[in-house]
Design a protein around this ligand. Structure first.
Ligand SMILES: Cc1ncc(COP(=O)(O)O)c(C=O)c1O
Length: 434
């Protein structure tokens, strides 16, 4: 049942203050319809609680890091124990070194690692490393692929009116016009067009970056393998953006899951256990450009960050990865996701809703279209108004998800799924009435 939204005065006051001081009253691009807007008081396991005491089953999961659920005891204990030793040092520390080893041993392309704080920084510096290695400026990314909010990344991530390939459409104001020519755009899952663009631009292309599992779109069999082959042929570094997929699709990320090893990878989200930590990981010869010994060589990448290798984040990341390493963790994550996907699919069918569940078991969503969804243009065919209503109706029933993503965690239970599917059924019924 949709619940009667009674907002506690304290929550109402905070929402008004947010509107007064934060542009758009938000911390980023995620915001909810006024009728369902809320302020988080706490998170625990698969649940969030708002300032009015209402509970939400959380499939947003902090935009992905909280794969164990909120306030997991192992993470809380590890962080609490470490806090006595200080918060950050800007120099070598035990947790950062231990985490470096765990990640490099887990990730197929991982020979060396450089820590930073956000996923955006990780993709930004991975691209810089690729350009340094090849001494070429342009990059190629895929339409609909998201790599964070820096100037090179925000090109054709979500264009309302896409241009012909390989021309880029900036996704944001304030990006220098000259950069539009520096970024080539290719269609995800179309190896033919992608290979043609790469071959044609091989002499100016410094790197290719891809989300191996683009948003929620799975790669067609052979697509990533073909991309690997063509980039190798022209000696152009291939970068996997594993900010979402890293330690989620498998212990070794999308590289292990899909069986393709890139030259570099960008990591974030899960490896920081809910704290700000990300990394560029990859081939030693490419990563060598981060080595300060090269400072005067002309091939040196200036990359420094106040919180690089922050020990608290590294401790939280290590504790998270220890849980994921346990026997059966990935089986559980996949089984939970599969059960929810199947439930969603059958409800869509029962209600005759034009829609499908797209993704992999730990991360997917409903896309409201019957057209095939193999690339961004497939997603564009969906009825966005239905998606918006779906999200709002679910939220009214205490189910929180991202705009176009549902993340699963090890904390989600069978009871959570049952409650979620009841809410989905009711939401689809309300939506069918118009
Ligand atoms: C695939 C991918 N890359 C990069 C980023 C950027 O990460 P951050 O938000 O930590 O800057 C995101 C964020 O959601 C992402 O999904």
């Amino acid at each position: 049942m949709a619940r009667q939204r009674k907002r506690a005065p304290e929550e109402q006051r905070l929402l008004e203050k947010a509107t007064r001081y934060l542009p758009g009253g938000t911390l980023g691009n995620t915001r909810f319809a006024e009728e369902v807007a809320f302020v988080v008081k706490a998170g625990n396991g698969s649940k969030l609680y708002d300032m009015s005491g209402q509970e939400y089953i959380d499939y947003l999961l902090g935009s992905g890091p909280m794969v164990l659920g909120h306030a997991h005891p192992a993470v809380v204990t590890a962080v609490r124990e470490y806090l006595e030793r200080g918060s950050t040092y800007f120099t070598l520390n035990e947790p950062a070194i231990e985490l470096a080893e765990v990640i490099c041993q887990a990730v197929p392309c991982g020979e060396k690692i450089r820590f930073c704080s956000t996923g955006s920084e990780a993709t930004f510096f991975a691209l810089r490393a690729a350009r340094t290695f090849t001494k070429k400026d342009k990059i190629l990314k895929f339409e609909g692929g998201y790599h964070g909010s820096h100037d090179y990344a925000l090109m054709s991530s979500s264009p309302y009116v896409p241009k012909d390939f390989p021309r880029a459409v900036p996704d944001s104001a304030g990006i220098p016009r000259v950069l539009e020519d520096q970024v080539l755009i290719a269609p995800f899952n179309d190896l033919g067009i992608t290979s043609t663009i790469i071959e044609r631009h091989q002499h100016e292309l410094g790197g290719v970056i891809v989300e191996p599992f683009q948003r929620i779109i799975t790669p067609r069999p052979g697509f990533l393998q073909g991309l690997r082959e063509v980039t190798e042929r022209f000696r152009i570094p291939l970068i996997f953006d594993e900010v979402v997929t890293g330690f989620r699709l498998a212990w070794g990320g999308a590289q292990e899951y899909y069986g393709v090893t890139p030259d570099l990878a960008a990591y974030g989200k899960i490896i920081g256990g809910g704290y700000p930590l990300s990394a560029v990981v990859g081939r030693a010869d490419v990563m060598e450009a981060f080595n300060p010994d090269r400072e005067t060589s002309g091939d040196f990448i200036a990359q420094t960050g106040t919180l690089n290798g922050n020990p608290i984040a590294a401790v939280a990341g290590l504790a998270t990865l220890r849980e994921l390493r346990k026997e059966g963790a990935y089986q559980q994550l996949f089984a939970t996701g599969r059960a929810l996907r199947e439930g969603l699919t059958s409800l869509l069918k029962q209600h005759g809703t034009a829609g499908q569940v797209v993704g992999e078991d730990p991360l997917f969503d409903v896309v409201f279209t019957d057209e095939p969804v193999n690339d961004y243009r497939g997603v564009l065919t969906q009825n966005r108004e239905l998606l918006r209503r779906f999200n709002t109706e679910l939220l009214k029933r205490g189910i929180l998800k991202g705009t176009s993503k549902m993340y699963l965690s090890l904390a989600h239970t069978a009871a959570d799924l049952e409650q979620t599917l009841t809410a989905v059924r009711e939401s689809l019924e309300v939506m069918a009435k118009g």
